[in-house]
Design a protein around this ligand. Structure first.
Ligand code: AMP
Ligand code: MG
Length: 317
């Protein structure tokens, strides 16, 4: 690694620690990186990509030891990490209590997708930053994933600094594999072949059609769904819990306000924690105030609509 690249990596790590975004190379595609423990940094990913949905993001780590601070690895999950990391395998495991990741990075789930990328620049950046990086592909929502620094600049112009590590080797996203007890479930096909996972572990890998909802164990739900029923665009009735936004009517029941000032970023920051709190209040129904459909409001409304959809109809990302 040249001294100037080393300096660029240190500069990029300092930006990440300050909550800024940096695009960086991995062996799959270029990622739009943010400190995964910083809510506002992760929200900037959504704003910058113009992503209209809160999907759980893949959390990149420097090594297995760092990943184990955030996820709970069963012996089988650890075996997979030891065989295939660094490499294009994202492993979904239960979140570790006290993990410290921003809940917008995991979209409020109790599981997390972790990966150690096989790229010298990415690994050096992760070590220098000393923290996990949430990093979806570094392209505006709906556009192709970038495999060179030039393609990242085409998408974002000067809005995001790019660490140039040359063209990506693979150009295909990582394979996403959930480890659930002794089951291996492929959630997304990717750069690591299912047959390679089967050969290495001697276990069969179940497939989930891309985009299909997973109905079975809670940890695999790819979106958080409260137990309470949700009613949108409405005022609360007695006995309900209320999720307000902006100036709210007096209300005797359990109420949380996403943002009294009507600020969408503040609302996004509060969304998952407040949904969990209202759900835990035991109310059978949560009434939700209207939220404008602009900027981050789009992703907030998408999340609330999916939480309000009858079970089985709420589609996964
Ligand atoms: P991206 O980072 O945009 O390439 O996409 C990340 C993918 O990982 C999405 O399709 C997510 O649904 C999936 N993913 C991330 N974390 C989880 C999780 N905890 N459970 C299930 N799927 C996940
Ligand atoms: Mg993408």
């Amino acid at each position: 690694m040249t001294p100037s690249l080393q300096t660029e990596i240190e500069d990029a790590a300092a930006r990440l620690k300050a909550g800024e975004l940096v695009a960086f190379p991995t062996e799959t595609v270029y990622g739009l990186g943010a400190d995964a423990t910083n809510v506002d940094a992760v929200l900037s990913i959504y704003q910058t990509k113009g992503r209209p949905r809160f999907n759980p993001l893949i959390i990149h780590c420097a090594d297995l030891a760092m990943a184990e601070r955030y996820g709970q690895f069963s012996p089988l999950a650890r075996q997979l990490a030891e065989i295939f990391w660094p490499g294009p395998l994202s492993i979904v495991v239960p979140l570790r209590p006290g993990h410290g990741l921003a809940d917008v990075a995991t979209a409020g789930l109790d599981s997390v997708a972790l990966r150690v990328p096989d790229h010298a620049v990415a690994l050096e950046l992760l070590r220098a930053a000393g923290r996990p990086l949430a990093a979806p592909s570094a392209n505006p929502s709906g556009r192709l994933s970038p495999t060179s620094a030039a393609q990242v600049r085409l998408g974002f112009g000067d809005a995001v600094p790019v660490l140039d590590g040359g063209p990506c080797q693979s150009g295909v996203e990582s394979t996403i594999l959930a480890v659930d007890g002794d089951r291996l479930i492929q959630l997304r096909a990717g750069a690591l072949a299912r047959a390679d996972i089967e050969a290495a572990t001697g276990r069969s890998v179940e497939q989930v059609r891309d985009g299909a909802a997973i109905s079975a164990p809670g940890m695999l739900l790819s979106h958080y769904a409260p137990n309470a029923r949700m009613r949108l665009d409405t005022r609360p009735e007695p006995g309900e819990a209320y999720l307000a936004f902006g100036p709210a009517p007096a209300f005797a029941g359990t109420m949380r306000n996403l943002s009294e000032q009507g600020d969408l970023r503040e609302a996004a920051r509060n969304l998952f924690a407040m949904l969990h709190e209202l759900d835990a209040s035991g109310a059978g129904t949560i009434a939700v105030a209207p939220i404008p459909e602009t900027g981050l409001g789009e992703a907030i409304n998408d999340r609330l609509r999916r939480a309000a959809a009858p079970r089985g109809e709420a589609s996964s990302p």
